[in-house]
Write a protein that binds this ligand. Structure first.
Ligand SMILES: *Cc1c(COP(=O)(O)O)cnc(C)c1O
Length: 393
């Protein structure tokens, strides 16, 4: 199968080869090529049954995904954000409460706290993993704290044992934001349902992705699952009997069918991500590039491969000029976002998160990258790095 890699002549610069490859940071178009017919058949079948909202395809996916993440229940919803929101509601988070989370994440992690009327309390990260620092969490616990939301950033499990211990000791709910961590393992166990509940996103850029918006809440708690099922469909217990004010957070039938088909391929996609990350790591270590630490007891599923550089704009444009795209996740820590200026943190209050956001650069990472592309990316980065050692001090 020919890959959409554009080869162009390029004059020799330094140790770089004379051919330049155009490599995207993510190419969604390559993802489903092999599965297209299978997925389209399923969608045609569903449209014949007019099974557009929830229904059999969603139920089958819920059973399969629950088994995959080793959770008792999976509740299919319309986004990862909705799944997080329902998890907080199931934990009883309400106005006046505080919920502790990391400042180094996508804003949805904090928005859902605001939706409940509670206040997000941002804490700093462990610079070695870019994940929430349990010591900082302990310091932030107040009489109003109700829950903790660790995020498995870039697919790397947050350090859950000390967080679960803190949660148990203080009567708090632990809710995992596993939106980037489908199938990751913490000390041998799949992430997602290790606390009260967890949220997954199937946004098109995620490791397991829908053809549109979708998400899931997972839990081992029967009460949480029942409440989430009711709240996702207007607080219904049975049709037109509403126990409480709920939401329209249902998963579409089409998304269930797409996800069910793709889930069977996720283990092999994850293995490829890990292989690519291993290759990057080996090459970049040789020139002393700063990278996040993998814990050999855990399994990171490499939603992103992050490196840290001082002279980021320059490194990024050098990579770009050699055809290698990169991305910045995330350029601004949440406590420095205008949306949360009212909380009064200000720059300098969470230095490790700020430093990470100032220096992070994410290299191309998706399972369909060819070996030649991966080698080209690593070689290009190493060459740029060797030429600008100051970027890595
Ligand atoms: C993608 C993502 C979300 C939100 O998921 P949506 O499906 O886009 O609503 C939440 N948290 C993190 C860390 C994410 O990466």
């Amino acid at each position: 199968m020919p890959l959409p890699v554009k080869l162009a002549r390029y004059e020799r610069i330094g140790a770089l080869t004379s051919t330049i490859m155009q490599v995207p940071q993510l190419d969604l178009k390559r993802q489903d090529r092999a599965l297209r017919e299978e997925i389209l058949d399923a969608l045609v079948r569903l449209s014949g049954q007019a099974a557009f909202i929830l229904g059999e395809a969603v139920e089958q996916f819920e059973r399969d995904f629950a088994a995959y993440v080793e959770a008792k229940h999976c509740v299919g919803v319309n986004s990862g954000t909705s799944a997080l929101h329902l998890a907080l509601l199931a934990a009883g988070v309400s106005p006046g409460d505080e919920v502790i989370t990391t400042a180094n994440t996508f804003i949805a992690t904090a928005e859902v706290i605001s939706y409940t009327g509670a206040t997000p309390v941002f804490v700093d990260i462990d610079a070695a993993t870019a994940n929430i620092d349990p010591v900082a969490v302990e310091r932030a616990i107040s009489p109003r704290t109700r829950a903790i939301i660790p995020v498995h950033l870039y697919g790397r499990p947050a350090d859950l044992d000390p967080l679960l211990e803190l949660a148990n000791r203080n009567g708090l709910a632990l809710i995992e934001d596993a939106c980037q961590a489908h199938g990751a393992r913490y000390r041998g166990r799949r992430v997602g349902a290790l606390g009260l509940a967890g949220a997954f996103s199937f946004y098109p850029t995620k490791n397991l992705s829908a053809w549109g918006e979708a998400g899931a809440l997972v839990t081992n708690d029967d009460r949480v699952a029942a409440l989430a099922r009711s709240l996702r469909t207007h607080g219904e217990r049975r049709r037109y009997f509403h126990d409480r004010v709920g939401y329209n957070y249902r998963m579409e039938g089409f998304q269930g069918a797409v996800l069910g088909t793709k889930l069977r391929h996720l283990p092999q996609w994850t293995a490829r991500r890990i292989e690519i990350a291993g290759f990057y790591r080996g090459k970049l270590e040789e020139v002393g590039v700063e990278m996040l630490a993998d814990d050999s007891r855990d399994e990171c599923v490499y939603h992103q491969f992050a490196v840290y550089v001082d002279d980021r704009d320059h490194v990024r444009s050098e990579l770009e000029s050699h055809g290698v795209a990169s991305a910045i996740y995330y350029p601004v820590a949440l406590h420095c976002q205008s949306a949360y200026a009212g909380l009064g943190y200000g720059r300098g209050s969470l230095p490790a998160a700020e430093r990470a956001c100032d220096r992070v650069l994410c290299l191309p990472m998706f399972p369909e990258l060819t070996d030649a592309e991966v080698e080209y990316i690593a070689h290009t980065f190493v060459t740029v790095a060797a030429r600008r050692p100051s970027a890595f001090l």
